[in-house]
Each structure stands twice: as C-alpha cells, then as structure tokens.
Design a protein around this ligand. Structure first.
Ligand code: IPM
Ligand code: MG
Length: 370
C-alpha cells in the first residue's frame, strides 16, 4: 500500500489540543481502515518563532512541500504581539499559503441539524444551510506590493497596502467555484466591490468571460461585497457557492462560520493547482477558528473544525470519500446525541471537553464501522 504523508503543524494556542484529537482519528483510520497515513510534525507560528526566531523554518517548509497534505491547528496569540511584523506568527501561515501556491481556499458553512438552535440567527433562517465560500488566497491586498509604512518627514506617515489581481488569478479561482457548483446546486455568486475598486471591475469582467466561455450550464450572479455581508445574515440559505477575493473572503467566511453556531465548527481546505505530471494538488487543511488564547490549555476547545478539516483532506487529497463521509456522520451523530463543547452551549446542558468530544467521535466511528 502506498503511504500517505501528512505534515501536522499544531501551531499555537488551542492548536496542539485540537490537532491531538485529529491524531487519534488518523491512528484509528490506520488501524481500522488500513489507510497508511504517516505523520511528521513541526512548528509554525509563535511556537516556531520561540524555537527558531522565524514563523516557520525552512526545514518545515521543505516538509510541507513534500507532504501529500498539511494539517494545521492555529497560529498567533498575545504572547507574540510585540514581535517584528516579518516574523509574527501569521507570517508562517501566509508563507505556507504563498510558497505552496494554495490559491483556492474552500470554506464550507454547513448547519448540522442538531446545532440549529446554537446559531445567533433564528432556526428557520439557518436550518439546512449548506454553502461553500471559495476565497482567493494567494493574491489581493494580503500580498500586493507596495506594502509599507513611509515616513513623510513632516510628522506624518503613510500606510500602504496594495490590492492587485491579474486575469489568470481570477480565472483560476472562478473555475474552482464553477467546478464545485457543478457538483452541488449549480449556482455561483461572485462578489467584489466594482463600484469603488478597479480590481473589482476586472474581477467581474473575468468572471463573466469564464462563465460564458466555459460554464454556461452554471448559474452566475454578482453581488457587491457589502451587500453580500448583509444578505448572509438576512437570508443565508439563498447561496450555493460564493467566490470572492482574499480580504472579502476572510471577513465573509467569519460571518458564514458564525451562522452555523460557532466558529469552532468550520473547516477549510486550501488547494494549489494540479501538478502537470501527477495531477496532485498541494494542500493545507485548517480550522477557520484561531488560536483562542483565552481557553488555551484548559481542555475546553472544540476539536470538530480541525477534525472536519482532516475530513476535507480525506476527500480532496486522498480520494477517501467513504472515510470522509463516515467522519462527517460521526460528527453529526455526536452532536445529535447532545454533546456540546463550551462554545456550542445553549442553556442547561453540561459542556464536554476537547478529549471527551474526541472520545465520542471515535466511538461513533467504531459504531459506524460496525
Ligand atoms: C484566516 C485567518 C488568517 C487570514 C490570519 C490568521 C492571517 O484570519 O485564515 O481567515 O487573515 O487569512
Ligand atoms: Mg480570518
């Protein structure tokens, strides 16, 4: 059996706790489904800074380049608030995204039936919610140059970030959205702010061109990003696939995540282009939530987003759709049983901790494997 190489990057804060539960799922699959995963582990973020003075070492980057998939926990925390901008924890994540060419970030927002009452919106607005946000991840204002603070010499400074998109970057990300839509409900909503941004005008133009040339069977709509933010909290179920740029995608995906009950529920996949020879894509999987310094080390973190991110790896990197479905079903079953970590609490019930949630998911896997 060919081995499947994973690089685990637990990172900071609750990252190691949630990755610990992913590790148990991996071990279970190796034993019970003969999946042959081999894991390496390294540092990223503040923990890498503490060890090497860099947010990710070159050695860890080499491991990431050669892994079949990277599974990341979280980066950042107040401990590193004062470190230089170039080596801040987030720089490790951004380097991974950029150097692995992970331009397509998939952030599904699914409302598990059992969690419909955990959302801040009314049950009827989110019950059955199933949308996918496709966020461009290696361009836009995150990486555009110039990016600097200039001293103007008159007691004033000028901070500059640059939003840049070229045709090919928009083409390849909207193609990802159209391809996904074909496997779902067949509808794409493209979002920008072409009313004030030239990059938005180009985004819109390219989306329209790719659509009419290559995907006439898919429905394409356009919405300005501010209006999309409003629609996401007004009537989120109207959307199937949303495609948008790096910064708007960052903001809108946090809104979408919260609709589902908790930021602790949302997984993500970041994918590169298929390799010309092997067809394989570089890939990194991570929960959308951050490092949650307030609950770090207390055993309270919800491991579901990270476990579900590994589920996306099973699906998108390893073609293990059956195992991915099993994992998703195990998560749904545990929630249906009423287990809740603290982030998901309604009134009354007792929260379970990170390890107990992991235990319950493994029990359900065991039961489903029957
Ligand atoms: C995310 C995060 C990151 C981002 C941070 C940690 C750099 O918010 O993945 O959404 O802004 O992309
Ligand atoms: Mg974010």
């Amino acid at each position: 059996m060919a081995s499947r190489n994973l690089l685990l990057l637990p990172g900071d804060g609750i990252g190691p706790e949630v990755i610990g539960q992913v590790r148990r799922v991996i071990d279970w699959l190796n034993q019970r489904a003969n999946t042959g995963f081999e894991c390496e582990k390294d540092l990223v973020g503040g923990s890498a800074y503490d060890a090497h003075g860099q947010a990710i070492s070159d050695a860890a980057m080499d491991l990431a380049q050669s892994a079949d998939a990277v599974i990341l926990g979280a980066v950042g925390g107040p401990k590193w608030d004062g470190v230089a901008y170039e080596v801040r924890p987030e720089a490790g994540l951004l380097r991974l995204r950029k150097e692995l060419g992970l331009f397509a970030n998939l952030r599904p927002a699914i409302c598990y039936p059992a969690l419909a009452d955990s959302s801040s919106l009314k049950r009827e607005l989110i019950e059955g919610l199933d949308m996918m946000i496709v966020r461009e991840l290696t361009g836009g204002v995150y990486f555009g140059e110039p990016k600097e603070i200039i001293d103007l010499g008159n007691g004033q400074k000028r901070g500059i970030d640059t939003q840049i998109y070229e045709t090919y970057e928009i083409e390849r990300i909207v193609r990802v959205a159209f391809d996904l839509a074909r496997t779902r409900d067949g509808r794409v909503t493209s979002s920008e702010k072409r009313n004030v941004m030239k990059s938005g005008v180009l985004w819109h133009e390219v989306a329209v061109e790719v659509h009419s040339r290559e995907y006439p069977d898919v429905e394409l709509n356009h919405i300005l990003a501010d209006a999309l933010a409003m629609q996401l909290v007004r009537a989120p179920k109207q959307f199937d696939v949303i495609v948008t740029d790096n910064l708007f995608g960052d903001i809108l995906s946090d809104i979408a995540a919260m609709l589902t009950g908790s930021l602790g529920m949302l997984p993500s996949a970041s994918l590169g282009a298929p390799d010309e020879k092997t067809g394989k894509r570089k890939a990194l999987y991570e929960p959308v939530h951050g490092s949650a310094p307030d609950i770090t080390g207390k055993g309270l973190a919800n491991p579901i987003a990270c476990i579900a991110s590994f589920g996306m790896a099973l699906r998108y990197s390893f073609d293990l759709g059956d195992e991915a479905n099993m994992l998703d079903n195990a998560i749904a079953a545990v929630l249906a049983r009423g287990l809740r970590t603290a982030d998901l609490m309604g009134d009354g019930a007792d929260p379970v901790g990170t390890v107990e949630m992991g235990d319950a998911i493994l029990e359900e896997m065991e039961r489903l494997a029957g």
